[in-house]
Write a protein that binds this ligand. Sequence first.
Ligand code: IMP
Length: 203
Amino acid sequence: MGSDENHLNMPFQLVFATNNRHKLEEVAAKINGEIQLLTFEDIGCKEDIEETGLTFKENAAIKSHYIYDKYQLNCFGDDSGLEVVALSGEPGVYSARYAGEHGNHDANINKVLQKLKLVENRKARFITVISLIWNGEEYFFEGTVEGTICHERSGASGFGYDPIFQPDGYSITFAEMSLEEKNKISHRAKAMEKLIGFLNSVE
Ligand code: IMP
């Protein structure tokens, strides 16, 4: 990256503090080889970092600080989730465990659909907050995508609430899009674009 020729042959390294395979795929596609993305496996981290924060920002920072404190590597952590307007922002930071068990996407979707059964206002948004620790300094980047919650599931791609989220301006859900399509407009993609822009400006 930048003007230094070395960067063209040897991109710099950045740890992505996640165990989520889907997120890793989305972020790796977004970065497109510009940065060497290291995973937990690459750095020998077997920890499942607990998200104890009350905001996306706090949870993102918990992950990046954990990695930086333990390994002193440039890294970033993200936290994301779904906010449904008629549910006062629920499931929010509890998106992964809305129905109780962590990561039970099917049960989480059922809970949202059940709560919205008689509700007309289906507006919702996905949010991602990234906490980057770069040379010991912390930076935050945020991305959002507005949309509506469908009455039933459509599509089999992606993960989480993708089968019931239809982004504004589209007639299909995130789960009906290819990774490339979702990666043009998603909350995570927008936050990543800001992070990549930042790295381009400092390197
Ligand atoms: P995390 O804490 O950032 O891993 O995300 C929390 C939860 O938010 C996930 O388990 C999903 O339920 C939901 N979520 C986050 N991003 C997405 C997305 O891109 N599509 C669908 N669900 C998502």
